[in-house]
Design a protein around this ligand. Sequence first.
Ligand SMILES: [Ca+2]
Length: 403
Amino acid sequence: MPPPKPVVSLTALTSPPLRPPFGIGIETVWLVQFFQLPPRFTFGNTIGFPDTSSIVTSQLSPEFDPPRVVGVSRPTSDSNINFEAWLPTTATWNGKFLSNGEGGYVGVIGYAGIALYLQRGYATVSTNTGHVSTNPFWAVGHRERAIDYLYRAKHLTTVAAKELIHAFYGKPARHNYFQSCSNGGRQGWLEIQRYPDDFDGLIVGAPWNFQSHSNAGFVWDAQALSAAGAAIPVAKLNNITAAVQAACDGDDGLVDGIVTNPLSCKFNPDTLLCTGAETNSCLTAPQLAALKKIYAGPSNPRTGEKIFPGFAVSSERQWTALVANLTASGLGNGYFANLTFENPSWDYTRFNFDSDMAYADFRVGTLGNAIDPDITAARKRGVKIIQYHGWEDQTLQSAFSPQ
Ligand SMILES: [Ca+2]
């Protein structure tokens, strides 16, 4: 790639003060430059970007070759929030801003998303939320970077993008939109609850918005499946779903392999218990106990209080990764070992669903959970929200979404 060509520079752009309890007196410095995308940015091309080896497979015709704004936001001395705004030419701009959101623990800019939105004429932006790794080991000893990931980067990037749009086109966008899922869904709800002026409309998919409790669910499932003899072989998953469908596929009026409302399904898991030799069509007693725990989700052992819903009946056939994860690796480990306890040798088997849950809620949940039911400010502005979540989601527990 040719050396970047600076076109414009905006400095000392101060973000609006963050509202308590999240305000910590932020002064933001923007270092912004325009780069030109390589010519012939076409389908299947592999393009190496400076901060990641992301591969973008998008088709952009020459008239969409956009100014690419590479920025960094440093709200604290330990922060390094990278973002890119891609801006259609004035002739191809549809007059609107559509922000990308970012999944999991982020660590990369969502090039595939912003390429797609750009093609549709939107000015768009994505951020790595302040670190360069999809595994949050970086959070140990870096509290401010954790805060950047948990909520700050998305807001600051949004403020920057809106300023850039105004500067580049000489007027603000007609509408400011956001679309994403999973961790991006969490970002969406955070924006609605804490920064209701940022967006006019949001599409929120499968949100990870009660992040601390959702992650406790992953630990719960791993503890259940790693009990003696409790691992559920992948080969049994289709048969479990078949038994669920036999019980309630027709409840929605159509026997079509889809259980429309798993919450109303009257499926009795005990019918799966092996009565003779174990086969792929039945479960041993320890496997059955694990299955019931996965359906139930975690609860507080002292108070009995429900912590989070489990996974939905009829979603079992999708659980190939879920039943293979006996150590809460991935999202659960990332959250508790790195963001919460900042202890890389954290042991999922010793997680206490009372005291450890309370600590996680206090330490990280208050920053990153997006569960404030008060969205009055967004309502007053007329912010439009569309949310979806698939009942067969095996990564995030769908039953919380309607709540
Ligand atoms: Ca059906």
